[in-house]
Structures are given as structure tokens and as C-alpha cells.
Design a protein. Structure first.
Length: 366
């Protein structure tokens, strides 16, 4: 089957593969919507868990959804909040509790509690006017005990059924036409156990979704991509369904995962690296295929004094406004003085690097 190159989302078209920066709380740090458009970002990921706290669902709904609230005209995918349950509640029960019924969050330092059930997650995401809804899932660490993984798969499937039922109810209640409905994705859990991954994938396929995401932490203890499990999970889903590699965004891992059949990627790493003085650059021209090894990727580290008088752009192969107008030496100066302009320019560059990377994969089919 020929590889999918586009995904239709209501009246928008997502060119694949696509990298999505994390706009967790309805913004990408240090840049605005016009900046993102200028560097060819097509879509962003926003987070239901964070948005229901700040600015609050009633505020977003008063604006008519996230597009109008944030001023972002492109595609929005909303994550359900399942990963936040994993990262916070699994860390300490003082942040809340997780049951078969729902997730209860207790933000640190606040008396108020936030309840997130499968139904509530779908209701919020639909009211946010998102383009892709992601089901609430029970996320686990890949090294968690098998009993915990089994429970997470059962809970993920139960929640997926409830999410799908609520989604259909919302479509009917709001009288949303087929060609105007947001897509809904299920998330495949199972940790490092192939049989549990298979069970989860088969259960989700039976329920019926528009696409699927790789669930759970995708890296091992050394920070290496769990290629075998990532590949297995993709193989469990028919090729006609788009696959979202949730949380995968290191350039090398993105290429590996794309080659395994994934289409959509999101991660905070490129923007976080930018703010901390680590900028990405290509070593080969953008109109050429990527070399088979990792030699196409290099970094500029602004902690290094050797860049103080460097008059070159970050990359001769980059068409971002930063590389067109500023030198490495000037950016090094901004970084060392701590000026806010550095964060904006560095973020613009790293995100353009990521969109150039997906363009190269799209054009050359590595």
C-alpha cells in the first residue's frame, strides 16, 4: 500500500509526516502564531489536563474554542491528560488518585480538585474546537510490572469504549456533519509486552477509531528508542490508519520512527533545547536525501566560547529568518546576556529545523 502523504482534518489538510510543537497551555513558549506560520508549522498539540486548570474550560468556551482563544489558525490536536496522570500521580499520590472510573488531580498548593473521566475528557476536547481528539488512556512506564501493565490495558480499553460512546453522543447532540467532525484517536498501551500491545491494539480496532497513538514512554533507561516495541505497535494497526508517535521528537528518533511507519510526531525537546542553548543544524543540503547514518545532524552549543566571534549563520542550509539575518556570534551574545530575544530566535530556528526535516522525509521518502 502506498504511504499516506496527507491527512484530511475538517477543512484543513495536514501534510505528512508532520512535527507538532507542544503548545501545552495554548502557546508555544517564546513565539506567537505568526512566528509559527512563518516557519511552516502546520499543527500544534495542546493539553486538556493543563487547559482545564489554566485558563479554565469556561474561558476557552467563552472564546468559542482554542483557535479563537490562541489566535492559531492551523490544526490543533488535544492530548487527553493521560500522560500527566502517569507523570504526576504515579510519582506521588499527593497529586491525586486514579481509578477505573476517573482521574482526580490535586494541584500542588491548591485546595481545589480536578476530575477527569473519559466522558469529561471528550466533552472538554470537543468544546475546545480541536481537530483531533485523543482518548483518555492509562499510561505506564515500559519497565512497570506486568500486573500494572495488564491493568493499564484493561483500563485503557474500558476508557476507550466510554470515550467513543461520548464522542458519538457529542457528534449527535451538536449535529456535527461527517465532513466537519474532529477525528478521534485511540492510544495503544501494553508497556514492553508484545501480547499486551496486541490485545490493546485489537481491542481499539474493534471499537473503531480514525487513527492511533503509541502509548507509554518510548525510551529505555539509557534514553534509547524502544525500536522493537515501536515497530511492533505500528505492525498491529493496518497501514491505512495514521499513527501518532506521542512524545517522540528527537530528530534521529523521528527519522527512525517515520521509517517504521509513523506519520505524526510531537515533543517539547526542540523548543527546550533551544532555550538552553542547543541548536540543531543540517550538515547536508535540504534538497538531498538524508545520509543513512546520523551524520546529517549536528549541534551548536552556546555554552562553548568558540562561538563568540563566529560570523556564520547557524546553518547555511536553513531558510529560517534567524539564519537569514543573524550570526552565531550575535546569538551567543544574546544567550550569554539572558535577553528574551534569544529564546524567540533560538526557538524559531529549532522548529524550522524540525519542519525542514519532515519536508525532506516527505520529498525523498527515506
Amino acid at each position: 500500500m502506498e504511504r499516506r502523504t496527507h491527512l484530511k482534518l475538517q477543512n484543513k489538510d495536514l501534510c505528512l509526516p508532520a512535527f507538532l510543537p507542544d503548545a501545552t497551555s495554548a502557546y508555544v513558549r517564546a513565539v506567537d502564531s505568526q512566528d509559527l506560520i512563518g516557519i511552516k508549522i502546520q499543527a500544534v498539540v495542546m493539553n486538556t489536563f493543563h487547559l482545564m486548570q489554566k485558563p479554565g474550560s469556561s474561558t476557552i468556551q467563552a472564546f468559542g474554542g482554542l483557535h479563537k482563544f490562541s489566535g492559531w489558525p492551523g490544526i490543533i490536536i488535544t492530548d487527553s491528560g493521560g500522560f500527566q496522570a502517569y507523570s504526576l500521580i504515579h510519582e506521588s499520590d499527593r497529586f491525586g488518585s486514579l481509578s477505573d472510573r476517573e482521574i482526580i488531580f490535586h494541584p500542588e498548593g491548591k485546595d481545589r480538585k480536578f476530575i477527569l473521566s473519559p466522558e469529561k475528557s471528550i466533552q472538554l476536547q470537543i468544546s475546545y474546537d480541536t481537530n483531533v481528539v485523543i482518548c483518555l488512556d492509562d499510561c505506564t512506564h515500559v519497565d512497570a510490572p506486568r500486573e500494572e501493565q495488564e491493568l493499564a490495558v484493561e483500563r485503557t480499553l474500558s476508557w476507550a469504549r466510554r470515550c467513543k460512546d461520548e464522542y458519538l453522543h457529542q457528534m449527535d447532540q451538536r449535529q456535527i456533519e461527517e465532513n466537519q467532525r474532529p477525528l478521534i484517536f485511540g492510544v495503544i498501551q501494553g508497556g514492553g509486552h508484545p501480547d499486551l500491545r496486541r490485545k490493546c491494539a485489537e481491542g481499539l480496532l474493534e471499537i473503531g477509531f480514525d487513527g492511533f497513538g503509541y502509548g507509554g514512554w518510548p525510551l529505555d533507561a539509557r534514553g534509547e528508542l524502544l525500536e522493537d516495541m515501536v515497530q511492533l505497535t505500528r505492525s498491529l494497526v493496518p497501514a491505512e490508519y495514521p499513527m501518532h508517535a506521542l512524545g517522540i521528537g528527537h530528530p534521529i528518533n523521528l527519522v527512525k520512527t517515520y521509517q517504521l511507519g509513523y506519520d505524526i510526531f510531537d515533543c517539547a525537546l526542540p523548543t527546550r533545547d533551544a532555550r538552553h542553548g542547543r541548536l540543531m543544524r543540517f550538515t547536508t543540503p535540504p534538497d538531498s536525501p538524508l545520509p543513512p547514518d546520523d551524520s546529517w545532524l549536528a549541534y551548536v552549543y552556546f555554552q562553548d566560547k568558540k562561538y563568540i566571534k563566529d560570523q556564520r549563520p547557524i546553518s547555511e542550509y536553513c531558510d529560517c529568518p534567524v539564519c537569514q539575518h543573524y550570526s552565531i556570534g550575535y546569538l551567543h551574545h544574546l544567550f550569554k546576556t539572558g535577553d528574551w530575544l534569544y529564546q524567540r530566535l533560538a526557538t524559531l530556528h529549532n522548529l524550522r529545523f524540525m519542519t525542514q526535516l519532515t519536508e525532506r522525509l516527505h520529498d525523498h521518502g527515506e
